[in-house]
Design a protein around this ligand. Structure first.
Ligand code: PLP
Length: 386
């Protein structure tokens, strides 16, 4: 059987494959420490679970409008209006099964052959995959270790031309844990305006800052009319399996993106949406507690990594990933991932899972207990010293 040619353009997210390899070893009886996958190890707070149960008992078990239940869009819009200090209409909110479809739908509705898209590299692998799938040309915006894993804006300026349709920014960043400085966000906004390009601002880690608070490219003048904000509940409320994300769209994208939702998934799970209201409107204490614990884990992990031979790890300012430079160990990224898994039972990801500029690095998630992080550091020490 012959697949459609476009399937050869579609990439994947290797984190799921690495997880499957690690799980297979665990099934053989190996003691595995999972530092590969990008999700909080916390349980979804119980008040959110309870509201989903009430929603199920109340009959939220049917189709709902494609763009989302209006009451839920209103709750998200109200919360976003507070966060962004701006009046955001519920009409501009589209709810999707997780934040990922916002990339998919945004890129599908905007990009075609001949269009160029700047995207962070190392970066979330689905950006590049979707740009290619839509027929566009991915233009990697390299994140440099020397700039705290941020782009060199002189380089970016040279990469922008009349074909540049979309610029993707992701701050805090997966996989580097970096945060784009405000001055750079402003410069990117000016470059986007000058090129008449649209911006996809992936802000899914907006609650995960360790030394500062969230800054958005939408803060700069007129950016709302050309920016799609990607957000969702997966990370902040440990709700990755619930599949609730959303986008804040400029007016011209509301109808086409809603049509894509209708054509693909119809709508997002109704009871998950109702539970999302409880997550957003209740006390944010559980989010703050989780982030405080992640900060302790970050410090433990990064200080430990920097004591290991051949490893240099800058301190991540956001998200829950460390992105150590492992080039001093003599291994390539993929060798390091493979050898560390087979020899020590630690599952982590090669930097190249996030694009070609990830060579020489690995991503280590600190969404795991302090005990497991200590244990992993001990195993890594034995591996590197042996
Ligand atoms: N954007 C980034 C940068 C991510 O790391 C992820 C998940 O890992 C997502 C978006 C998608 O999240 P969701 O699980 O809500 O689809």
């Amino acid at each position: 059987m012959r697949l459609a040619a476009r399937m050869s353009l579609l990439g994947t997210e290797t984190a799921f494959e690495a997880l499957a390899r690690a799980k297979a070893l665990e099934a053989e009886g190996r003691d595995i420490i999972f530092l590969g996958i990008g999700e909080p190890d916390f349980d979804t707070p119980s008040h959110i679970v309870d509201s989903a149960k009430v929603a199920l008992d109340s009959g939220y078990t049917h189709y709902v409008p494609s763009a989302g239940i209006m009451e839920v869009r209103k709750a998200i819009a109200l919360d976003a209006s507070r966060r962004y200090d701006r009046d955001i209409s519920p009409e501009n909110i589209i709810i999707t099964p997780g934040g990922k479809p916002i990339m998919f739908f945004t890129i599908l509705s905007l990009i075609e052959e001949g269009d160029e898209v700047l995207y962070p590299n190392p970066g979330f692998p689905i950006y590049e995959s979707m740009i290619r799938f839509a027929g566009g040309t991915p233009v990697p915006m390299q994140l440099h270790e020397r700039l705290g894993y941020n782009p060199d804006l002189q380089e970016v300026e040279k990469q922008i031309n009349s074909r540049t349709k979309l610029i993707i920014v992701n701050s805090p960043n997966n996989p580097c844990g970096s945060v784009i400085p405000k001055a750079d966000l402003q410069k990117i906004s000016l470059l986007a305006k000058k090129a008449d390009a649209i911006v996809l601002a992936d802000e899914i880690y907006k609650d995960f800052y360790y030394d500062s608070t969230h800054a958005s490219i939408t803060e700069y003048s007129d950016m709302w009319e050309r920016t799609i904000v990607l957000d969702g509940l997966s990370k902040s409320y440990a709700m990755t399996g619930w599949r609730v994300g959303f986008g804040i769209f400029p007016d011209f994208l509301i109808e086409p993106v809603t049509r894509l939702v209708t054509n693909s998934v119809s709508c997002t799970s109704a009871f998950s949406q109702i539970a999302a209201v409880s997550a957003i409107e209740s006390s944010q204490h559980s989010v703050r507690e989780m982030v405080a614990e992640f900060k302790n884990r970050r410090n433990l992990l990064v200080n430990g990594l920097n004591n290991l031979p051949g490893i240099n790890c800058p301190m991540p300012e956001g998200a829950f990933y460390a992105f150590p430079n492992i080039s001093g160990t003599g291994y390539t990224s993929e060798e390091f991932e493979r050898e560390v898994l087979t020899q020590t039972g630690i599952s982590l990801l090669a930097g190249t899972s996030f694009g070609k500029f990830g060579e020489g690095y690995v991503r280590i998630s600190f969404a795991n207990s302090q005990e497991n992080i200590r244990n992993a550091l001990e195993r890594l020490k034995q591996f590197l010293v042996a």
